[in-house]
Design a protein around this ligand. Sequence first.
Ligand SMILES: [Zn+2]
Length: 490
Amino acid sequence: MTNPLVAYVSGIPSRPTVKVRNGPSTNYDPPMFEIPVGTANLPVLEVRVDEQGTNIQGRTYQWFRLQFPNGQIGWTRDDLLTIGGDGTPYGYGVIVTPTVAGNLIRAFVPNIPASPVAPVGVIPAAPVAPIPAAPIAPVAPAAPTLPSTPTQPVQPVTVMPVTPPAPVTPAPVPTVVVVPVIIPVTTTAPAPVAPVAPVAPIPAAPPPVAPVPAPPSNQPTAIIKTMGAAPTRTGPSTTFPRTSVILNRNGRYPILQVQRENAGQQYRWFQVSNAGQSVWIREDLVTYDGDTFAFGLPTDLYHAPMKDNYWWVRGFNMPPNMDQGLVQHDGWDMGAATGEPIYCGPNGGTVVKTNVCAKCTPDRPNAASSGYDIGDPAIVNDPGWGYGYGTYVIVWYTSAQLPASTCTLLASRGFGDSAAMGVMYAHLAQKIVNDGQVLTPGQQIGMCGNTGNSEATHLHLESRASKSPQFIGWANIRSGVMDDVALFKR
Ligand SMILES: [Zn+2]
């Protein structure tokens, strides 16, 4: 016997309550009332597609009609609710592990049963009157909701928006036919295995632009940098099962502890708190701020080369601590919109090498658009393609320009006290600096693009350490390649 479908008000981290409305869209404004986050066991009476067709990254919002403890009945949006129980009547199947409804895709949208036609002359009970022409209220910062990994763009849910009934004539209640849509299950494409250097990322989705609110205090805080919502685990490695807790992109979560992973790679994992639950997330999916020193997290590392409008695509994965299940990769890939500005470090730096991709053309800027496989030797061995890096800039940071924690790390790894680092910013749409140029702190060096061994707009960030304070050539410091976490905290 399966329990009936119930909802739990999970909300978003920055707000203590969630709005309850008189119908299935934000057009029903003002809200009827607000319900505190944490309210549990709310019976689900109905689920409807957002009347306005409002969507987030192609996924149309669903609204839940709920029975509240105060006796009232109202509608709440799916990204703010966690549901569990038998969702079969609504196309969700049986949900054993409570899950944020906004992370679920309905297998079908049931037909709304036709209301019995009222006998002529009898005025039917007043339908819920939509408030006409009400300006759409500012939507609570939409929590981007995507499936668990950024490699799977959400299939757009194509549904016909429900037309609100005309407010004037209360005669026959309009029957709305919603076409049932079967959503194909998205499958992950097999990861391309590129033997060396720049690896192309996953097709990008439109950039979710959500402002990161200022930190309220020195509270050590993790900020989620995945493209959509981020999955979490019960312990500090991928050997632990996933939890039902999904963290919001650009959401801020207090850090509880930080641990080295207990298997495989050398990633650190952050244990964070979300509405009273403790979950784990890998360090390269987040950035952080606040007083993190006690957790062994340096407070002096560089911010990501782009401002906030980027997202994690792929991390560092190289021998000897390589995850054999993933593509070898000697840097970080960060997705962004084409043209997103890219900045050098906060202490300046010197441009030691730039390249404008000679074989990249506006309509065929990369391997994918030119009929090559990702990692094809015809691209990665060809200087005309920038050896796969496309258009790129290499900035040299001397020990005086590097964070103290980076210098300490490099010394501990045998690079000496005057070690320097070169950082490659690759696949650019355009570079705006030249060889030999001395940069001012945080100066823009180019724009994010999709050139070279690439198939979607992203920045390939690659850091190499050098014993020599002078740049002696990128290939000559190949052995110094290291996880960008040595210099960047994202
Ligand atoms: Zn890359």
